[in-house]
Structures are given as C-alpha cells and as structure tokens.
Write a protein that binds this ligand. Sequence first.
Ligand code: TPP
Ligand code: SF4
Length: 304
Amino acid sequence: MPVRLSDFPRIRYGMPGNAACPGCPEAMGLRYVKMALGDNAVLVMPAGCSSVIQGYEPKSGINFPIMNIVFASAASLASGMKAAFESQGKDVNVVVWAGDGGTGDIGFQALSGAAERNDDIIYICVDNEAYMNTGIQRSSLTPAGAWTTTTWTGKKEYKKNLPMIMIAHDVPYVATASVGYPQDFIDKLRNASLIRGFKYIHLLAPCPVGWKFDPRYTAKIGQLAVQTGLWPLFEYMNGKLKISPFSRLYRRPERKVPIMEYIKLQGRFANLAKDPEKIKILEKEIERQWEWIEILEKATNNKK
Ligand SMILES: Cc1ncc(C[n+]2csc(CCOP(=O)(O)OP(=O)(O)O)c2C)c(N)n1
Ligand code: SF4
C-alpha cells in the first residue's frame, strides 16, 4: 500500500550539526532508508560523502547502526554479517549504502559476487553521478556531456547501465528510485525487505555541489530527471519488470517535459545548454534507457 510521509513518526534520523552540505541528497536518502526499515536494519558503508556525514563515535551524525568498510569489500562484508546474524537466529536487514564510484567502479566485483550467490542483503547505490567526496571526479555512472573536475569539456562516454547489469545477474529484486520521489523509494525498500535473496536499489541523488545547482532544488531535480524520461523508475520483481507509477506518465512517446528543463538548472551541463546539437547527447541517453526497459518489460510480462 502506498505510504504517506506524514504517517511516519517525527524522529531525527540525521542529527543536527552533521557534515552534510545544504540540500544533500545522501542525507535525505539515509533518512528514507531508516523510515522504511525502522530499527531492524544495519548499514554497511564504504567511504564517500555519507561516511563523512556519519562522522565518528561518539558524535555520529546518523541515528543508525553503521559498519564502515573499505570500498572493495562492502558487499562481501554485508554477506558475512547477514550469515552471522542468521547463525544467531536474528532476522536483520543488512543494507549496503554505497556511492556510484563505490558501486559501479571500485566495489563492483564484490557486488557482482554477492548478487551471483543470491546473498540475502539489500544493496543501495546512492548515485550522485561522480566521486563527490574527493572533489567531483568522473565515475562510470557520470552521464555523457556532464562536467566534472576530470571531464572539463563534458564526459564523452555514456552512463553505465548498472540496474540492467544487476538484472542480468538473475537476482530476485532490482529497482530504480529518486530522492525526488521519497514515497516510491520507501515502498521499494519495504518490498525489497520482504524478499529473500539479493536485492538491488539504485537511487538517483542530485548533488547541489557536484551538479552545480541551488541546494533548494535537490528534490525538484530528482523529479525532473524522471519527468524528462532520463531516469525511468521501475521495479523488477518475481521475474517481471514493471514501470513505476511516477514514470508511467512520462514514458515515450508521450513524454511531456523537455530535457532543457532539467539541464538549465545545472551548471555541470552549461556546455550543453549553449548548444542545441549537444543536447542530443542526453536525448540519446533517454532513448538508450527506455529501449532496454521496454524490451525487458515486454519480454518478462509476456512470459508464461
Ligand atoms: C580504495 C580507495 N580508493 C580511493 C579512496 C578515496 N575516496 C574516499 S571517498 C571517495 C569518493 C567516493 O565516491 P562515491 O562512491 O561516488 O561516493 P560519494 O562520495 O559521491 O558519496 C574516494 C575516491 C578510498 N577511500 N579508498
Ligand atoms: S558533495 Fe553532494 S553528496 Fe556530498 S555531502 Fe555535499 S551535497 Fe551531499
């Protein structure tokens, strides 16, 4: 059943004075994880902005049990931790919370291994589309055309399609989400927590610092990514891919919001905004995304 944010108790999950920048999407996302999973969850967190927000005991900025770990081992640690809880007869959601660099690049081998073994964990990639904590370097999940400190004239390559790569691991649950749609994210976390085996959720997290926008627009940009069709929301569960309600309105060919609405708010796309030819780079990205999704939607829903 869809959730309403007003139904949740007003608990402070992020503590005052934590190290997040204003408008930080990771701080928002962490709060939603706690709202969805409550006390019955433990986070595993490699380095990144969230581990800085978390800070260090006794002054942790996040009201959540968290285990820190090196990038390359996040998913492996989570698998081991889950096995340890099980051996004690405890039913705990073990959740990895890792950035796009930590997930798509540095931690990928452990992620792929845990998925292939179908280990009973939830893995969340919090995707701000660059290595933010070390100064906005490009990752494999930075979109084509975007400025970063290592792609001054705009990234040449397209964004790695990690959700599709995870579906190809034949795991029981894969979903995309955006901090612009918290109810949808919370619903998906709750669905994931009820399934045994490996669950992957890819959360788009617009970062005011790295994407160069006014911090008041974090949620709006998270919504525009969906409304322009650039970030389709879907859920792959029980072998079927379903486009989520917030994305159904904006699927092609009826798409209603032009990509320029998304680009013009972000300094990282300043080069694209000046040149209509270059905007085609992101239009192609939208087509690439939907092509895969529609193929899978059709194939998995027609399956007997
Ligand atoms: C093996 C290793 N390489 C590099 C670093 C330095 N480092 C710390 S945080 C970070 C950025 C992480 O980026 P991402 O995973 O995208 O998370 P974000 O900071 O964007 O939240 C890097 C490269 C490290 N801690 N360990
Ligand atoms: S750089 Fe971005 S992701 Fe990192 S703490 Fe600041 S707003 Fe959050």
